[in-house]
Design a protein around this ligand. Structure first.
Ligand SMILES: *[C@@H]1O[C@H](CO)[C@@H](O)[C@H](O)[C@H]1NC(C)=O
Ligand SMILES: *[C@@H]1O[C@H](CO)[C@@H](O)[C@H](O)[C@H]1NC(C)=O
Length: 186
């Protein structure tokens, strides 16, 4: 039988050929990771995932572990910006009094989220994925709790819907990557 010989000689050529045709770039890793993550959790939009990761510094040649760290850095960036935005909104003296009540809650939640996401980054860098997961989950919870507050009163419109939703998606992304790199198959 000549089949095995054919297979063994053919294979290296095939690999060489296919790797020139489809260079293994981080762009592929970003889209592959986002595809997997969006499939696992429909709360994460594939497009948002790719856009966010691609725009992040150093993401182009990052491996999966580094993409996890990048997504946590994006969460941290979101938390800081949204906290600043809430403070800005609270300066408005004509703010609806109920909106103010819920915004005050959101400010507390976002303030607490800052040490949490910093801790998550530390844990993740030390490969303590379990604690990183717990810390990122608490940040995801902050976004959800903040948004849910406004829904308690009919007619109230949350000024933070888009921000909460984006932060939640970034947390979902970070959590999924943490789980992927924790897998024994990674
Ligand atoms: C995503 O959304 C569903 C409901 O649509 C929810 O049950 C699930 O827990 C969410 N995922 C995460 C990671 O929170
Ligand atoms: C949150 O992060 C996403 C992805 O990086 C970005 O598009 C969005 O502008 C950020 N929002 C805030 C308020 O920082």
């Amino acid at each position: 039988m000549t089949t095995p010989i054919f297979t063994f000689t053919f294979l290296p050529f095939f690999l060489l050929f296919s790797s020139t045709l489809t260079p293994i770039t981080a762009n592929n890793l970003i889209s592959e990771t986002c595809k997997k993550c969006a499939q696992k959790d429909p709360n994460l939009s594939y497009k948002f995932c790719v856009t966010s990761l691609q725009a992040a510094p150093n993401s182009q040649d990052a491996d999966l572990r580094q993409l996890g760290l990048i997504s946590m850095n994006l969460v941290q960036h979101n938390v800081t910006n949204t906290r600043r935005f809430i403070k800005h909104l609270l300066k408005n003296e004509e703010l609806d009094k109920f909106v103010r009540v819920y915004l005050d809650d959101c400010l507390d939640l976002y303030t607490d989220a800052i040490p949490s996401i910093k801790q998550a980054v530390k844990d993740y860098k030390m490969k303590d994925n379990r604690h990183a997961n717990i810390a990122v989950s608490s940040v995801a919870g902050a976004a959800t709790t903040c948004e849910d507050g406004f829904e308690e009163r009919p007619g109230l419109v949350s000024p933070l819907t888009k921000r909460n939703h984006e932060m939640f998606q970034l947390c979902v992304l970070a959590l999924l990557i943490i789980n992927m790199v924790s897998s024994p198959f990674y």
